[in-house]
Design a protein around this ligand. Structure first.
Ligand SMILES: Nc1ncnc2c1ncn2[C@@H]1O[C@H](COP(=O)(O)OP(=O)(O)OP(=O)(O)O)[C@@H](O)[C@H]1O
Length: 299
């Protein structure tokens, strides 16, 4: 089971929201779909769901064209949450589950399982409007997964959740992946993507600017974060050529450097000045990569 997005373009009049995007997402994969505001993420999701026509290109699921008729295979947690406030959780989910071909008893069994898992079994008889925003989000998540979709699209799944609920939802998402669900997920919180995704794509103005495995992407960026802890003042390092950012910390400094060769020069400059307790080159974070690739041309 593979989702294939092939050379997909979407135009709204003179605006090109998605521009020649190609992605493949296999089974048991959690794929990170990143981009700044207006990059084209939601537009892509809506094309996958068949809610928007594709201007050019093709999206297929397991070799077959995808569209509205495949909606029972897909689960979607939209960024703008949309539950009926006056309905009880049970009735809401029965309604949504039936739309996806489930019987009432199947929905109730699944729903009870999920509510137990989220430690809120009593919510079954509550109206949505009686729940806090974060708890409404749990219900919306359940509504996206209750029919056991093969492909799950999560738009900013963790926004608005407290750290305990973030962990609970992460665990649920990882379990679904392990059971075989393909998951595409967008987030502005890079640490979540870094923790959960093996592959990712960063979109900028509709075009993919970084794409591939997280490990390879990091490797190709080189180690540009340097940590220096020393028993003597190290602020003279900030004046060296190739030092892009300098931050003083209690034990020394943290630097961003142009390339690994700059680190070699700094290492030599520290020689004989005193005791150096730490000199460590670190891989860039996903946030560093995002800022370098997208930030440079950000409006
Ligand atoms: N129905 C529409 N009509 C015209 N333009 C649209 C429409 N939907 C989206 N756009 C434009 O397409 C571009 C991509 O928007 P999209 O909502 O896909 O971005 P996004 O990456 O989801 O952003 P965000 O992170 O802010 O949710 C934007 O320039 C947006 O204004």
């Amino acid at each position: 089971m593979t989702l294939k997005i092939k050379e997909v373009t979407k135009r709204f009049g003179s605006t090109t929201a998605v521009d020649h995007l190609s992605i493949e997402i296999p089974e048991k994969e959690m794929f990170g779909f990143l981009g700044g505001n207006g990059a084209g993420k939601t537009t892509t999701f809506r094309m996958i769901l068949g809610l928007l026509d594709i201007t050019d290109g093709d999206i297929s699921w397991n070799g077959e064209s995808i569209g509205y008729d495949k909606s029972h295979l897909i689960g979607y947690l939209p960024e703008e949450r949309g539950l009926y406030p006056k309905l009880k959780v049970r009735d809401q989910l029965i309604y949504l589950g039936k739309l996806r071909g489930m019987s009432k008893s199947e929905v109730v069994t699944e729903l009870e399982g999920w509510l137990d898992r989220f430690k809120v079994p009593e919510y079954i008889d509550k109206k949505v409007e009686e729940l806090s925003k974060g708890n409404q989000q749990k219900i919306q998540f359940i509504s996206a997964v209750i029919h056991k979709p093969k492909l799950l699209i999560l738009d900013e799944p963790f926004s608005g959740l407290d750290p305990i609920n973030v962990e609970m939802l992460k665990e649920a998402v990882v379990n679904l992946k392990e059971q075989g669900t393909s998951i595409v997920f967008s987030s502005h919180q890079m640490d979540h993507v870094e923790e959960l995704c093996e592959h990712l794509c960063i979109l900028h103005k509709g075009k993919p600017v970084v794409q591939g495995s997280l490990r390879e992407i990091k490797k190709s960026f080189g180690k540009k974060n340097l940590i220096v802890h020393a028993d003597f003042p190290v602020d003279f390092l900030k004046d060296f050529a190739g030092v892009l950012h300098y931050k003083s910390v209690t034990e020394g400094c943290e630097l961003q450097i142009e390339s690994e060769t700059v680190a070699q020069r700094l290492f030599e400059a520290l020689h004989g000045k005193g005791f150096v307790r730490k000199f460590e080159l670190e891989e860039p974070t996903l946030s560093d990569i995002f800022i370098e690739k997208v930030g440079a041309s950000y409006e």
